[in-house]
Ligand binder design. Structure first.
Ligand SMILES: [Zn+2]
Length: 215
């Protein structure tokens, strides 16, 4: 449905273009105006900027929780390092709550479910291992690793949830030599594979990698 720009949302008070009586942030009311991909929008676009902030914030929150868990498990709850991570996590949670207050829960949840607009790269301590590249897929933080392909499936990625329930991944997402795509998650295996356009239909993992132009 097309809405005239001058029409206001039902139930909303009339408001000038500057939103003088509105929330402190104009971002909260800037919802996607067209189905055009967010990545195609200018980086100064307020909605795109808000989505990036939310996705990045969520990944940092997940990383902070994982750091604290790992430190507690390895060093115990009262070790100075654990203490450091606990304080860091509290700080990150406060920032996350501020972002939620600024944008509103609805915008925040919508941003979490947008295809990834940003990646978070963590460099490993100097042991020569590659840096960790994280992306947010449907609100969950995943580590992404390109794995060597085969003749049949030249492009392959392994996606590992940062918080891993044992039954949940890692997933292998690939593009086959004939251009079709597949994933080994439950959504693809049970709901997509058998359908007519299965080899062209994306699960959330394929959609995310496609949005990044990685597959
Ligand atoms: Zn999948």
């Amino acid at each position: 449905m097309r809405m005239n720009r001058s029409e206001r949302e039902p139930g909303m008070p009339a408001r000038g273009p500057t939103g003088a009586q509105g929330s402190p942030s104009s971002i909260a009311r800037v919802m996607p105006a067209s189905p055009r991909s967010l990545r195609d929008r200018d980086e100064s676009d307020p909605y795109r900027h808000a989505v990036e902030l939310v996705q990045r914030g969520r990944m940092i929150l997940d990383v902070s929780e994982a750091d604290l868990e790992a430190s507690e498990a390895a060093l115990g709850p009262f070790h100075p390092t654990t203490w450091y991570f606990r304080n860091a996590l509290n700080e990150v949670r406060r920032s996350w709550d501020r972002l939620r207050a600024e944008l509103g829960t609805k915008t925040l949840e919508a941003a979490l479910n947008q295809p990834p607009l940003t990646v978070l790269t963590l460099s490993e301590p100097a042991n020569g291992s590659p840096s960790v590249v994280l992306v947010l897929i449907a609100g969950q933080t995943y580590r992404t690793q390109r794995v060597s392909g085969t003749e049949l499936a030249p492009i392959q990625w392994r996606l590992t949830r940062l918080h891993t329930p044992l039954e949940d991944g890692p997933y292998y997402v690939c593009r086959l030599a004939d251009g079709s795509t597949q994933c080994d998650c439950a959504e693809w295996t049970y709901r997509i594979a058998e359908t007519e356009n299965g080899l062209k239909t994306h699960c959330k993992h394929l959609a995310a990698l496609a949005a990044l132009d990685w597959i």
